[in-house]
Design a protein. Structure first.
Length: 181
């Protein structure tokens, strides 16, 4: 699993545009996700490593490349701590798509996800790129799929209640934080 985390590559923060941390009532970090981008080349995407040597690698590159002119940000390393807050945090993390689009100006969010979490991410408007075969990443125990969020379709693709929460969350964050703070 450490290959999926890419710890050595991200520890310095240079590749992370945004980082979201979920805190419990004691201030303990109980989950998070980070955003990379907006990309200027499809070569920047970690998804290429996830499909290296697998069917669909060219489709991944093409899918990213076609969207670059309108902005592509990749969400990586979503995690939750085990315990009583895990389900709530797991429902919160996919809602970071809209504030990420707001702060980066990107139209598209890209993420890769194992099959057991796809439904949760779809609730926030993410759609699996069905034309790209899943990759056994980080190992054969997983089937990882490529997902896209499109800002122009988010209001249609997200479940209505989740979309309302995304709008509320984004407004709250946008009112209290400016880029560069």
């Amino acid at each position: 699993m450490s290959a999926a985390l890419s710890y050595d590559e991200v520890i310095g923060g240079e590749t992370t545009a945004l980082f979201y941390a979920a805190l419990d009532h004691t201030g303990t970090v109980v989950g998070g996700v980070r955003a990379q981008g907006p990309y200027i080349s499809y070569h920047q995407s970690h998804a290429l490593l996830e499909w290296a040597g697998q069917p669909g690698l060219d489709l991944v590159a093409d899918s990213i490349g076609r969207r670059l002119p309108e902005g592509v940000v990749e969400m990586k390393t979503a995690w939750t701590a085990p315990g009583s807050t895990a389900a709530a945090v797991a429902s919160l993390l996919p809602r970071t798509a809209l504030p990420t689009m707001h702060f980066t100006g990107a139209r598209f969010i890209l993420a890769t996800a194992a099959d057991h979490v796809l439904r949760r991410w779809e609730m926030s408007g993410g759609r699996v790129a069905e034309h790209i075969p899943p990759s056994p990443y980080p190992n054969d125990k997983y089937q990882t799929s490529l997902m896209w969020w499109d800002r122009a379709r988010l209001h249609l693709d997200a479940e209505p209640e989740v979309y309302r929460k995304m709008l509320r969350d984004t407004a709250a964050v946008a009112d209290s934080v400016s880029v560069g703070d």
